[in-house]
Write a protein that binds this ligand. Structure first.
Ligand code: SR1
Ligand code: MG
Length: 403
């Protein structure tokens, strides 16, 4: 079964049986295709008798969300499996274990996390996750610092840049996040009710300058190994555990892109609270929780990143030059804020949306949520190069909600 073809559920079971040490010889395995993402097949393989289970993820040679007319490299499966292993080594417990990578089938076999939920779903249900800010800030600080020129030998870093060159997946981001929302592109998708907002995006020169600068940074700045698509659909979570999955968009890029992805998706859920079904006090409290989480993610990240720098910084001059760390951290906050805004705007008018807003049943509430997400996103993009503290992000969210 070695030549590439999309697997059937029966074939997925045969492969699972052939893996050493996972299932006993006579195990009765079941398989279910559970992929609900934009790009891949995902099989859940389970042995009811022992309750042991695994996930098999297979890349398709095209983008599932669009169809076979959008071909996509299978090399992303290699990148994903290698990055998962690296993230697991850098951040024990925060990424799923990889049991096998099969390059012919573009298949990764990994730990089953179905005792967790996808964080986006959990947030839509109004749940709170006490470990999240601490876990994700650890993940961000360690993966970004320890793969950058600050924490990794510069020759080895360049080898990693080469290992994780990912032009096709980057092109998706370059187009869908940093270009299409700002022109009348065929790939865009938005409700007619907010056409006025889309047209404003296409004509806003101040916004275009900021997005062009962010896009340029995404194209050129090989600062650290990014996850590349760190939204709340790429995080499995439960009360006492956080696992980051799906790094198929990984490449060497600007750190603020990953941090911004996390903040943007918290803020998209914040905007989606327009569709909240319970009473207003509950909605206000949940929004306060989300904003507090935004703040905690940044402050936790900043503190841990600075501590790693003090303890494990390997670059003599950037360790010792007075003021370097301050300049670096200020720039990182500004990048984070700009990327946060860009990642919000694309989820309202671009090709791929988020369920936090799209599943709001009441059309007026949905329109309010879309307008609020765009208002916050645009304000953050316009703020980015002037920002000084994370509190400005919180103020923008609050101001835009009350106007
Ligand atoms: C064609 S892929 C659309 C989006 O799905 C992924 O999760 C990325 O965010 C990408 O932009
Ligand atoms: Mg994904």
């Amino acid at each position: 079964m070695s030549a590439y073809h999309p697997l059937t559920e029966t074939e997925a079971i045969q492969i699972a049986r052939s893996l050493p040490d996972l299932f006993s010889g006579g195990a009765e395995l079941t398989s279910r295709e559970i992929g609900d993402g934009n790009l891949n097949l995902v099989f859940h393989i389970r042995d009811a008798a022992s309750a042991r289970s695994i996930i098999m993820k297979q890349a398709l040679p095209y983008a599932k969300v669009v169809g076979e007319s959008w071909p996509l490299t299978l090399d992303r499966a290699r990148i994903e499996s290698e990055v998962l292993m690296l993230e697991g080594a850098l951040c024990p417990g925060l990424a799923p274990k990889v049991y096998l990578y099969d390059p012919e089938l573009a298949l990764t076999v990994m730990e089953d996390l179905s005792d967790h939920v996808i964080m986006r779903k959990g947030l839509i249900e109004g749940n709170r996750y006490p470990r999240f800010a601490d876990d994700i800030s650890t993940f961000l600080a360690r993966t970004l610092f320890l793969t950058s020129d600050l924490g990794l030998n510069q020759q080895e870093k360049k080898e990693r840049v080469k290992q994780f060159i990912n032009p096709e997946l980057c092109k998706i981001t370059e187009d869908l996040i940093f270009d299409d929302p700002y022109r009348d592109a065929d790939t865009n998708s938005f409700d007619e009710a907010i056409r006025d907002e889309a047209e404003k995006l296409w004509a806003d020169g101040e916004l275009h300058l900021e997005v062009a600068l962010l896009r340029h940074k995404f194209l050129t700045q090989a600062q650290a190994l990014l996850h590349g698509d760190l939204h709340t659909g790429s995080i499995f979570i439960k009360e006492d555990s956080t696992k980051v999955i799906d790094p198929e968009f990984a490449y060497y890029g600007p750190m603020g892109f990953d941090i911004g992805a996390v903040l943007a998706n918290l803020l998209l859920n914040y905007a989606g609270q327009e569709g909240w079904k319970s009473d207003t006090a509950d909605r206000l409290a949940y929004r306060a929780y989300l904003l507090d989480t935004v703040k905690q993610v940044w402050s936790g990240f900043e503190a841990k990143f600075r501590a790693l720098w003090e303890q494990q910084g390997i670059d003599r001059l950037s360790n010792n030059a007075a003021g370097f760390q301050e300049v670096y951290m200020k720039q990182l906050l500004q990048d984070t804020i700009g990327f946060t805004g860009a990642k919000m705007v694309r989820r309202v008018v671009g090709l791929a949306h988020v369920a936090d807003i799209d599943t709001i049943e009441n059309s007026q509430a949905k329109e309010r949520a879309q307008r609020l997400a765009l208002a916050i996103g645009k304000a953050l993009i316009k703020l980015n190069r002037r920002a000084v503290t994370i509190d400005e992000v919180i103020s923008i969210a609050e101001q835009q909600t009350s106007t």
